[in-house]
Design a protein around this ligand. Structure first.
Ligand SMILES: [Zn+2]
Length: 248
């Protein structure tokens, strides 16, 4: 059964219980890591997910709370003798900066490095990132302070949309339409972000079944987040917590 594992749920400032937002979408023989803050190995171990099993990495945008773990992820997989190739997806500017970040560590000199293949996402609505018989993954532009994407993963069992960092966005709404699960950020009433109430409005307009709030300030009261989202959305609302697992 396809599932999502929330590795981190906080907005930019984490605490011991809330890492910066990143998650794993698993299904159809693919293990997709979405964003890479801190060192994802710690939460992966806690979630009992083998880091070597990751097949794909999607970077939604190049803010520190979403990408600073990339050098450690790539290095630690290398130290674990990874042989399988790793696909890395992102907007062209995000991939360019990611390569520059790795160049600071002279990664071209790391012997016997496994293959890392960078795949550019066009900044247009409904771009297909990859597909197999069991899974299809798309991206659409989000509305953040810098170029940022939202993503959707579809399986025979249903679809999951993740907003990434975004203000209320029609492109994200369109991507989420008909999905079973919408994972929407709920940073608050800030430029380039959404409040829980706004996330609820998007979920309602998209007609999703379940709304999962993520990327919220670690010291938020979950009951208040829930109430604000529920005021605008008639389906189920869940405030995500680190290491929560949700099946489609
Ligand atoms: Zn963020």
């Amino acid at each position: 059964m396809p599932k999502v594992t929330f590795l981190g749920t906080a907005s930019a400032v984490p605490d011991a219980n809330h890492q910066n937002s990143h998650l794993i979408i698993e299904g159809g023989n693919r293990v997709v890591l979405v964003d890479c803050p801190g060192n994802p190995f710690v939460r992966l171990e806690q979630a009992k997910i083998d880091p070597l099993s990751i097949t794909d990495l999607i970077l939604t945008h190049f803010h520190p709370d979403h990408v600073t773990g990339l050098p450690l992820l790539l290095m630690d997989l290398w130290l674990m003798k990874r042989e399988a190739p790793l696909m890395v997806y992102g907007l062209p500017s995000v991939l360019e900066k990611s390569k520059q970040m790795m160049a600071l560590y002279d990664w071209e000199d790391w012997d016997d490095f496994y293959q890392v293949t960078f795949v550019e996402c066009p900044n247009v609505e409904g771009s297909l990132l990859f597909e197999t018989e069991e899974i299809k993954v798309w991206s659409s532009p989000a509305e953040h302070l810098i170029p940022s994407i939202s993503i959707k993963a579809s399986f025979a069992e249903g679809s999951i949309c993740y907003s990434g960092d975004t203000a209320p966005s029609n492109a994200v709404l369109n991507l989420a339409k008909g999905c079973d699960i919408l994972i929407h950020e709920a940073t608050g009433d800030e430029n380039g972000h959404s409040s829980p109430g706004e996330a609820g409005k998007i979920a309602q307009a998209a007609g999703v079944k379940r709304l999962f709030l993520i990327h919220y300030p670690f010291d938020s009261d979950p009951q208040i987040l829930l109430q604000e989202a529920k005021a605008n959305f008639s389906g189920d609302v869940v405030v995500t917590e680190d290491l929560m697992v949700v099946e489609l």
